[in-house]
Design a protein. Structure first.
Length: 238
């Protein structure tokens, strides 16, 4: 599919991480002493009910938030040692993020939505559009769909655009937060199949956050969170 190589894959180490919001007796503990190693090229699902700490963990791995205790290491770099600019650069170059709500610009075409991150990497707009078209083809969108705005696309097509945008910078790590949550079951299966292919064919490390047992089953390993703690870490039966 893409030109991912083993050397471009990204591993993650979460070591004794806790995250607390608020002060004193009114504070809320979202994560409590969580330790987790995700090897480069793994496909891991993070499961748990609402409020279990799934999205908090994903945001910490993305460097969008900082732990109250412990450390997060991504691509061999301790995020606590990086300034905000360095964390932003790491996200731009090494991490792709797929959101449940798509987060597409409504006035941009599909191609423009995918192309704009490349401008931050110094690409010309013509180069960015060419790479965006390739990323859209990679996720099964091409032709006139590239020129449509989000409102003119189905939910599944919008999610494919969001995945293409996450992939266009050729990251080694893809973080997917409930990417099938707003999709019907058939379209959701198509998106999960695409994620499996990105992992098995391209070697992209994938962390999939989901509350769905069916979605989690597409990963090779499932980590279950409850009340901010890991209660299960198991390889999928094959």
């Amino acid at each position: 599919m893409s030109d991912q190589t083993a050397d471009s894959r990204v591993g993650v180490v979460v070591e004794g991480v806790s995250k607390r919001y608020g002060e004193g007796g009114h504070g809320v503990t979202a994560l409590a002493d969580v330790s987790l190693i995700i090897g480069a090229g793994e496909f891991v699902s993070i499961m748990g009910p609402s409020g279990s700490g799934k999205s908090t963990l994903l945001n910490l791995v993305a460097g969008l938030d900082v732990p109250s205790a412990g450390r997060v290491v991504v691509d061999g770099r301790d995020l606590a040692t990086l300034g905000e600019e360095a964390r932003s650069a790491l996200r731009l170059r090494r991490i792709g993020f797929v959101f449940q709500s798509f987060n597409l610009f409504p006035t941009f075409s599909a191609e423009e939505n995918v192309a704009w991150p490349l401008e931050f990497l110094g690409a010309t707009w013509r180069e960015a559009c060419a790479r965006a078209a390739g990323a859209l083809r990679q996720v099964g969108l091409g032709g006139t769909a590239c020129r449509r705005r989000p409102a003119e696309l189905s939910g599944g097509e919008q999610q494919r655009v969001a995945i293409a945008r996450a992939l266009v910078t050729r990251p080694g790590l893809l973080l997917a937060d409930e990417p099938t949550g707003n999709l019907d079951s058939a379209t959701g299966e198509e998106i999960l199949a695409l994620l499996r292919a990105l992992n098995t064919v391209d070697g992209v490390t994938i962390i999939l956050v989901t509350h769905s047992t069916a979605a989690a089953a597409c990963a090779a390993r499932t980590v279950e969170l409850r009340d901010g703690r890991i209660v299960r870490d198991a390889l999928a039966a094959r």
